[in-house]
Write a protein that binds this ligand. Structure first.
Ligand code: MTE
Length: 705
């Protein structure tokens, strides 16, 4: 075909046709079996995008169906199709405690997945250098070192010949750690075959289909509680849909289990985690990394217990909170919940919670078709990697003779503000204005073997490394500073150069050795915890299922913020992403496992009208954190979970509608709380006209995976 340069498939890969992740191989090009709709079989290289697309349309493939194929968590449970390892965490004696409880409740919560919907889809440019197999990749990756490694293994070339450059990402949200490495390896294979530079940028629909997103979760629980709402024991089995390959799903499940206690001292607690293997595109990391799913399911337990006890939900949450000065999590990590309880109390106060509950009651008494609801939740979120070796950071600080400073670090800028904070830290130590300090890019040639910018730990690790590098330079400059007190910074630097003092230093941060012994159910999984609390009020329209987010108050403990504007931005941004996760964003798959929602016209992300008109973010005052740089805290991921306050507030509002109609206020409901689900949960004479209610068998157009 005109313009087509090459067709690349598994046979063109000079090294390994595998991306390896902790010994879990994933094929770059399908070789014998295609295990999901969206798997890459080959790549077409053409002069233009249009020519490549036209050529791709001409590819005809005949498939033979694999049997059986299945896509949903329920089906995977039926087929006992799970990835290893299966995880368990346990404290206390759950069975014995069930015997002592006043009541036992069993239930479940399904939480749908989420598409990253970063502004910039996955993309890269790979350029051959024409010498010694060297290659440069300009790539939007959150983990440049991993991309470099995968490209090297694919081409059979040493890492020292492959350089990955990351200027910045138009949003990553966890989605550009793993999948971009495969895409880079495919583009690099095309470079290898053609000897020409290759650009690969996914269109939105393909990006959504191929790279997938947050895993759907199903939590099945049994809980034992007392009449006053105190929870004695909970036994929760978490199932996630991992799709067709493991990717990061086992670590995501671990994080869900490690967060299953949230801020609650449930003395007897057991969690099991199983990652379902299905024939869907492989799910991957997404901001929160299993945390939101693990937390939401325990919040659902608290909510249902309160409903059953006929008690206000905030009261049941309050009496179950960790409150002692020194507490142990269910994985036996020591921590102090002091600042979490402060956030909780401040949030109750700042949101005027008690008073607003009364107003909501009045509103609901006077309105039949519109109902309001409110919800407040606490948050304890672990920061850092539970795989301890990732907890490291590195940086390179160069001072030039004109006094300007260039920083390279191992983190990647994706909008979270890592570069701004790194420059602030350097400016503070070197005592030069921020305008004299520059960060050009992240480059594997400058800072090797860097950890991914993930787990809300990137800025922490890099910040410490930059501090370390700058302090080293200041140590070298100190004698000159003392001797030439009248010198300007630039004069000092020139003098150091003339004295043959190196003006380049590496900085390193060896983070904590976190780890979990899954056999013993114990371990310090996190460096520290970021705390918070959030309260939201909503109004639903019982006839249309539409809802309005009225007001949200968040109190967040970020320690001593290095940059409050950035931190508040992260809280707001994370919360808005949570609005999408819990109330709007719904991925629909056909019964044949084809993703139907492949763009903004089918998949809705939050718009301005979804942001509560009153969104108050307060940073907790007088908070400290001895563990992180300048007593700050990681904040990138935790606020996403706060979107669940809207989910529970909607549930509260639906319950008010149902009570008025003489129906039970305990009813099944799953996330996201879409208009369709809200409408159907507000049962009335109109919903009863729905044939589904009459148990007529209709093949669904879309399935919950
Ligand atoms: N904020 C913006 N604007 N864009 C992003 O892609 N990623 C989030 C969060 N905030 C993201 C973001 C994710 S997934 C993580 S882990 C943290 O930022 C990373 O920030 P850190 O470098 O401070 O750890």
């Amino acid at each position: 075909m005109p313009g087509v340069v090459a067709f690349i498939s598994a046979k063109d890969v000079p090294g390994q046709n595998r991306r390896l992740w902790f010994n879990n191989p994933e094929e770059l090009f399908a070789e014998e079996e295609v295990i999901c709709v969206g798997q890459i079989i080959g790549a077409i290289v053409a002069e233009t995008r249009e020519q490549a697309k036209r050529a791709a349309d001409q590819v005809a493939i005949t498939y033979q169906d694999i049997q059986p194929i299945f896509f949903t968590i329920e089906e995977a449970i039926e087929h006992q199709s799970f990835f290893d390892p299966k995880r368990k965490l346990e404290r206390g004696n759950v069975e014995e405690a069930f015997e002592k409880a006043d009541h036992i409740l069993e239930g479940e919560l399904y939480m749908g997945g989420q598409e990253h919907f970063y502004m910039e889809t996955q993309g890269l440019i790979a350029i051959p250098k024409g010498e010694a197999s060297e290659m440069e990749l300009f790539v939007a990756s959150q983990h440049a070192a991993y991309t470099q490694e995968v490209v090297g293994i694919t081409l059979g070339i040493d890492s020292n010949k492959i350089t990955c450059h990351v200027k910045r990402l138009g949003g990553g949200f966890g989605g550009k750690v793993m999948k971009i490495a495969s895409l880079s390896a495919i583009a690099a294979t095309a470079v290898y075959k053609t000897g020409r530079a290759v650009r690969c940028v996914l269109e939105r629909g393909d990006d959504m289909l191929i790279t997938s997103g947050r895993s759907p979760f199903l939590g099945k629980y049994k809980v034992g509680y007392m009449n006053d709402g105190t929870i004695l024991a909970a036994d929760i089995t978490y199932y996630s849909n991992g799709g067709c390959t493991l990717d990061e799903s086992s670590f995501i499940m671990e994080k869900a289990l490690l967060h299953m206690d949230n801020g609650y001292k449930i003395p007897h607690l057991r969690g099991r985690g199983l990652v379902c293997k299905t024939y869907l595109p492989s799910y991957t990391a997404f901001r929160g990394f299993g945390g939101p799913q693990g937390l939401t399911i325990i919040e659902s337990v608290l909510h249902e217990v309160a409903v059953k006890c006929g008690l206000p939900t905030h009261q049941v949450r309050d009496i179950n909170l960790y409150k002692d000065e020194k507490c142990y999590t269910h994985h036996k990590q020591l921590f102090s919940p002091h600042d979490m309880v402060r956030c909780w109390n401040e949030c109750l106060e700042k949101s005027d919670y008690t008073h607003r509950c009364l107003s909501i009651e009045q509103f609901n008494a006077h309105n039949h078709w519109k109902k309001r609801g409110i919800s407040i939740v606490p948050l304890k979120f672990g920061i850092g990697f539970s795989k301890g070796f990732y907890n490291q950071g590195a940086a390179l600080v160069n001072i030039y003779k004109d006094g300007s400073v260039l920083i390279s670090h191992g983190g990647t800028e994706m909008g979270q503000g890592i570069n701004t904070k790194a420059i602030q830290i350097a400016s503070r130590i070197l005592k030069v204005p921020m305008s004299s300090i520059h960060i050009k890019e992240t480059c594997t040639g400058n800072v090797p073997n860097a950890a991914p910018s993930a787990a809300s730990f990137g800025t922490d690790a890099v910040g410490m490394a930059v501090k370390n590098g700058c302090e080293e330079l200041m140590r070298r400059l100190e004698p000159l500073i003392k001797k030439h007190t009248q010198y300007t910074w630039q004069q000092l630097v020139v003098e150091a150069y003339c004295q043959k003092i190196s003006l380049s230093a590496t900085g390193f941060f060896m983070g904590p050795h976190t780890s979990v012994d899954w056999e013993k159910s114990e371990g310090s999984a996190y460096y520290y915890f970021t705390f918070g609390a959030c309260c939201s009020e909503v109004e639903i329209d019982c006839l249309t299922g539409d809802h309005k987010n009225i007001r949200t108050d968040i109190v967040m403990d970020v320690g001593r913020s290095i940059n409050p504007a950035l931190d508040v931005g992260q809280v707001e941004g994370g919360f808005v992403q949570g609005i999408g996760l819990y109330t709007i964003e719904e991925l629909n798959f056909s019964p044949e496992g084809v993703l139907l929602t492949r763009g903004p016209s089918q998949y809705k992300i939050p718009a301005l009208c979804d942001v509560p008109p009153q969104l108050n973010v307060h940073l907790l005052s007088n908070a400290e954190n001895p563990h992180a740089v300048y007593s700050s805290k990681g904040i990138g991921e935790p606020p996403v979970f706060f979107g669940c306050t809207l989910f529970f507030a909607i549930k509260d509002a639906i319950a008010a509608a149902r009570r008025e109609r003489g129906l039970s206020d305990s009813f099944p409901f799953s996330s996201p709380a879409t208009a369709e689900k809200i409408r159907m949960a507000c049962e009335d004479c109109f919903t009863r006209m729905n044939p589904l209610d009459k148990k007529v068998q209709i093949k669904p157009w879309a399935i919950n995976v």
